[in-house]
Structure formats: C-alpha cells, structure tokens
Design a protein around this ligand. Structure first.
Ligand SMILES: Cc1cc2nc3c(=O)[nH]c(=O)nc-3n(C[C@H](O)[C@H](O)[C@H](O)COP(=O)(O)O)c2cc1C
Length: 186
C-alpha cells in the first residue's frame, strides 16, 4: 500500500516548492466600516473564469483585512508594476500597517476599495463565494470594473523569497532578479 507523508512532514518541502512558483505581486484593498482604506499584499491570486470574469484570492483569516473585506463584500486587486517594490513592502508586514497608504498614489473608486495609480492593472470585485481551507479563506470575486495601466510597464514578481523584475532579457524568455532585490519573509 502506498504510504503518504503526513501534513507536518510535508510542510517544509511544501514551503520550499511553493517558493519556486514565480508569482505576480498584488495588493488587495478594501474599505472598512468607517470608510478607512485597508490593504495587504498577496501572491495567492488567480484567474478563475472569464465568464463571468472571476478571480480568487487566498487570505489568511488572521490578516487584519479579512473581517472588513468579508463584511463589505468588495475588494480590489492591484497588480504591481516592478517600480512599486516599496509600496509592496509596506503591505507585507504588520509593522508597517499604519504607513500603508502613505506610500504610492491612491485613488478612491466608487466601490470604496482604493486603486493604486501606476499599477499595471487593477480589478474591482464583489465577493461572490468564500471557502475556508486550513488557515486561509479562498475568496472568489466577480470583477465589476477594470483599470488597465500602461502596457509598457513590467510586473513586480516574487520568486525564491525575493522580489524580482523581468530583466531586459525577458524578451528572450529569461527572467533575471533585479539588482535591488531584497528578501521578504512570507
Ligand atoms: C511575497 C508575499 C506574499 C504574500 N501572500 C499572501 C497571500 O497570498 N495571502 C495571505 O493571506 N498573506 C500573504 N502574505 C502575508 C501578508 O501580506 C502579511 O501577513 C500582511 O502583513 C497581512 O496584513 P496585516 O499585517 O494587516 O494582518 C504574503 C507576504 C509576502 C511577503
């Protein structure tokens, strides 16, 4: 009979394997019950279907945004450009929570979820479904409006526990780490 490792045995190699999956960097934003701007950084973001246009984001239930996002039922996924590394950092650490919307330029959209100016794209979503798995909620959002940034901007990428950019060699299909990379703890 085939023997499977238990969850705890797999945890370190699971983390290592997932660190090898390159991902775009997204800021998830929403609006709190008193109108305050809230946000966090996520890489667990994916397209689900174009009909109806739907994305998903996996959010840890301990994240400060979780309660307000699920209560308001609205969120925005801002896909970061490579030069928005400093904005990313603020949204990835609870220590920098208070300064989150002081970096970058922001615009308030009708839904209340802030849009980051200069993002390569941002999608305004209404929450349609949520499934809790382990520590996280998988949150499905139907896209209600889209802002497209300049199509000559490159994305900010997270790979091997580092922020990376597509180097000029990306045209040949090769990804290089940018010179100003810093590590970030998940
Ligand atoms: C590169 C990177 C990717 C992350 N992706 C996710 C994610 O997809 N889902 C999640 O819940 N947390 C993710 N995090 C962690 C949150 O961004 C981080 O814990 C944040 O501080 C949560 O907001 P809070 O401090 O206001 O609770 C990620 C962190 C980093 C550095």
């Amino acid at each position: 009979m085939m023997k499977f490792a238990n969850d705890r045995d797999l945890a370190p190699s699971f983390r290592e394997a997932m660190s090898r999956l390159a991902a775009g960097v997204t800021l998830i934003t929403t609006c709190g019950s008193e109108g305050q701007a809230l946000g966090m950084l996520a890489t667990a973001v994916s397209s689900v279907t174009a009909d109806p246009p739907t994305i998903l984001v996996c959010i840890n239930r301990t994240a400060s945004i979780h309660r307000d996002l699920t209560a308001s039922g609205v969120f925005r996924a801002n896909f970061l450009a490579e030069d928005q590394y400093e904005v990313a950092e603020c949204f990835a650490s609870s220590k920098k929570r208070e300064s989150r919307f002081q970096v970058g330029q922001w615009k308030t959209e009708p839904s209340g979820a802030p849009a980051l100016i200069g993002a390569i794209a941002s999608l305004d979503c209404k929450l349609t479904e949520m499934v809790d798995i382990g520590t996280h909620s998988v949150i499905f959002g139907q896209v209600v409006s889209i802002n497209l940034g300049h199509d000559d901007s490159d994305p900010l990428i997270y790979y091997a526990r580092n922020y990376c950019s597509l180097a000029s060699s990306s045209r040949s299909g090769r990804v290089e780490r940018s010179a100003d990379i810093k590590s970030a703890a998940m």
